[in-house]
Design a protein around this ligand. Structure first.
Ligand code: NAD
Length: 540
């Protein structure tokens, strides 16, 4: 594996380390004015701050003001008030703002990507996926909100006499609780759909990546969204997140399955809805007719994007016996050719993990597997010489059910390889466990691969790609089955989750009851005859 040692800021607010050669003690600094201007967007008046750290060098990055209970309440008060007029804006007005945001995000991508890399440590090419995803989201909902949300006529009880319209009304104030792994896109993509549907948002991003989320809020302001429809609060997950769950009209949560269960319980208590985008232990199947070079290339992105800290990344690979050795050879070679580094420039194929906690989890999973007999084909070690929380891209063989990484999410750059003899067996093993978020199938025969895909228990299945094909297809819903979540983001579902269906039925000319002297008995006979007739005519 190669290690990159160059650095460059590529943006205006970030200064790189003084030494152009890699220096583990070097710090990346943010302009204090810039931090202050971003954190002004927070509702946080109590005077307490928390320090965030850059995974590039482990050095303190910014002091983030923390929100008290009263601040969260104030954020909801402002959001509720702003939502009433926001809900009355036309679809055309919302469309214009969304498309303006699309342009703004593409124009300002260098600044956005710098901040993401600085806060999360991910390789620049993986950080670029975030403004890209937001541009796709803004364009998709900008172009389609009218068709998804428009009031529609449906057949009434009495044809010609009962006129029925179904409208989608906003829920009110949506609480968004987002994770650190995709700090810009996760702080924006779900909330954008909530805004498009006429809601206001109170968001609590993860404490480690507040600045990326605050930059997202600033871009919304610059695009022209009324500032009060988007409130940002900061603080401890259970405390601030819990207060959001206690007041919102709907919760959109992305994070771990353990936290998701707690949030679902809080929502159940208040009888409000929620969507939960949770963890996975995603499988990839390499069928015997797969293009091996393409599968190996896809596997590298499948496993190591954002150092594996991606809910839809692949942690289990099932490879047909006939091609196993060739595939493993190519995959390991491509893994070892990756450039590793913790810098702001484009040169790295993979960056460090986000935190000591994440490094400890990944190290523990690999050590546990090795202690119980798994073989390390490549990687397997922390690399503090590159950055404090760096872990090498790691391929394991011989992983068995008693090892932690067999069925528990590692959320790091570690994959287990398994050989299979029949596709039925591979599908059954892929479907083992409690998760069901994402899967991938590689085969030269698209139709056969799609048949296999439909038998896999997962909310998204990608053919000849790992996750990007489904994730970047904004018209398609994305989310998990089983313990990987509830509800869907993206597509019509991603918008309609934030609305209540409201039916307005207008009865004309005759009441829905006997009239003009018709007896109850005659009315019952007429209605029965009418129903039989409609059944014959094939009406709904
Ligand atoms: P986490 O559940 O610890 O934290 C996620 C968010 O929830 C953070 O903002 C945190 O402050 C907040 N939080 C924590 N406890 C809370 C509580 N009791 N009440 C309210 N809010 C609370 O998750 P994490 O470890 O930061 O993120 C990694 C996990 O997220 C992984 O399991 C990953 O698979 C999952 N994830 C899923 C998706 C998806 O789309 N399915 C995307 C990204 C991450």
């Amino acid at each position: 594996m190669n290690s990159s040692s160059s650095s460059s800021s590529g943006g205006s607010m970030v200064g790189g380390p003084a030494d152009p050669e890699h220096d583990p003690a070097a710090t990346y600094a943010l302009e204090p004015d810039e931090v202050a201007s971003l954190t002004r967007r927070l509702v946080a008046t109590a005077g307490e701050t928390a320090v965030s750290v850059s995974p590039l060098d482990g050095a303190p990055l910014a002091h983030i003001p923390q929100s008290s209970d009263a601040d969260v309440d104030e954020a909801f008060r402002r959001a509720r008030s702003a939502q009433r007029s926001w809900a009355r804006t036309s679809f055309a007005e919302r469309q214009e703002l969304l498309l303006r945001l699309h342009d703004l995000v593409l124009d300002r991508q260098a600044e956005i990507v710098d901040l993401i890399v600085l806060e999360s440590g991910k390789a620049r090419k993986h950080a670029f996926d975030e403004p890209l995803h937001i541009a796709l989201t803004a364009r998709y909902y900008g172009r389609t909100l009218g068709s998804h949300l428009g009031t529609r006529r449906v057949p009434g009880a009495l044809p010609g006499l009962t006129r029925v319209e179904v409208a989608h009304v906003p829920k009110g104030v949506v609480g968004v609780i987002s994770p650190w792994n995709y700090p810009f896109t996760m702080a924006l993509c779900d909330g954008l759909a909530a805004l498009a549907a006429g809601n206001a948002v109170v968001i609590k991003p993860d404490a480690q990546t507040m600045l990326s989320a605050l930059l997202a809020a600033r871009l919304l302001d610059e695009a022209g969204f009324p500032p009060d429809v988007w409130q940002v609060v900061a603080g401890d997950g259970p405390q601030v997140g819990g207060r959001i769950v206690g007041q919102a009209d709907y919760i959109c949560f992305t994070g771990s399955t353990a936290t998701g269960k707690r949030i679902a319980a809080g929502c159940a208590e208040r009888l409000i809805g929620c969507s939960l985008e949770l963890g996975g232990k995603n499988p990839m199947l390499v069928l015997r007719d797969a293009d091996i070079e393409r599968a190996a290339e896809g596997a590298v992105r499948a496993v190591y994007s954002n150092a594996g800290q991606l809910c839809v990344s692949i942690e289990r690979m099932f490879v047909a016996d006939e091609v196993y050795d060739r595939f493993v050879d190519r995959f390991v070679a491509r893994t070892e050719a990756m450039t590793l580094g913790a810098t702001l420039d484009w040169g790295n194929d993979m960056g460090p993990l986000i935190s000591r906690r994440q490094l400890d989890v990944v190290t523990a999973h690999v050590e546990d597997a090795v202690d119980k007999g798994a073989r390390v084909l490549t990687g397997g070690r922390a690399r503090p010489d590159l950055a404090p929380y760096f872990f090498e891209p790691t391929v394991l063989e011989g992983v068995t059910p008693e090892m932690t990484c067999f069925d528990q999410e590692t959320f790091g750059p570690v994959v287990s390889l398994y050989r299979f003899h029949s596709e039925d067996e591979a599908i059954a093993r892929a479907n083992d466990g409690d998760y069901g978020l994402n899967a991938a199938v590689f085969s030269r025969d698209g139709a056969r691969a799609r048949q296999v895909a439909r038998r896999i228990v997962a909310g998204t299945v990608n053919v000849n790609e790992a996750f990007a094909a489904s994730f970047a297809s904004l018209g398609a819903p994305m989310g998990g089955m089983r313990r990987s979540g509830l509800g869907r983001r993206q597509g019509a579902e991603g918008l309609l989750r934030y609305t209540e269906s409201q039916t307005v039925a207008t009865q004309r000319l005759v009441p829905m009851a006997p009239a003009f002297g018709v007896s109850d008995e005659a009315y019952a006979k007429m209605m029965s005859a009418g129903l039989r007739l409609f059944r014959k005519l094939g009406r709904a």
